[in-house]
Design a binder for this molecule. Structure first.
Ligand code: UDP
Ligand code: MG
Length: 170
């Protein structure tokens, strides 16, 4: 078994319905380590890049609105993003999370317990989880900078950026 890292998102419906504690509790049974965590207000661009493989699906626009939390608005239009690390972490997490369709997911899984299908047919399934090693690496790198993760998980390099504007504490 190999140590793997993956991206887990608590989607805006999970935030809106105050399920953060319930979801983290169910994940804790896997005894993985959290090596990165933050709250993210998702831009359209980030949403598009995250779900680029689904861009030809009829529900793509709605999916972008969903992951951006547009229907919920302030202060729920955000996701919680985590990088977890553990042995065989991806397959084990997918199992605890359940399959994509919340009505068909194991009722004891996160999606089975908390997800729903909207009247428009969108699967509001409260969490996202990378589905394989390649996707995990792409997604972790998309959502997190190297300095935001407390372990070296992927190769990095140093670059010098001229005239970069930075916001720092006053
Ligand atoms: N989705 C949906 N209807 C579908 C397929 C997907 O609403 O028929 C949504 C759902 O929220 C899902 C997300 O699009 O989590 C991404 O789809 P994917 O096939 O990658 O499923 P996942 O990897 O999240 O299980
Ligand atoms: Mg997927």
């Amino acid at each position: 078994m190999a140590t793997e890292q993956l991206l887990i998102l608590i989607k805006p419906d999970g935030v809106r319905r105050s399920l953060v504690g319930n979801i983290l509790d169910k994940l804790s049974q896997l005894r993985m380590a959290i090596i990165g965590a933050k709250v993210v207000k998702v831009s359209r661009k980030l949403a598009e890049m995250h779900y680029y493989q689904l861009k030809n699906k009829p529900f793509f626009d709605e999916l972008l609105d969903y992951i951006q939390g547009k229907v919920y608005g302030e202060p729920y239009d955000r996701v919680l993003a985590f990088v977890y690390q553990g042995e065989d972490a991806i397959a084990r997490t997918r199992k605890v999370i359940g399959i994509t369709n919340p009505e068909e997911a194991d009722p004891l899984s996160i999606r089975g317990a908390y997800g729903r299908i909207t009247t428009k047919g969108m699967y509001e399934n409260v969490v996202h989880c990378s589905s394989d090693l390649l996707e995990a690496e792409r997604e972790v790198k998309l959502w997190f900078r190297p300095q935001e993760i407390i372990k070296d998980v992927y190769a990095t390099k140093k670059i010098v950026v001229d005239k970069e504007e930075k916001i720092v504490w006053d």
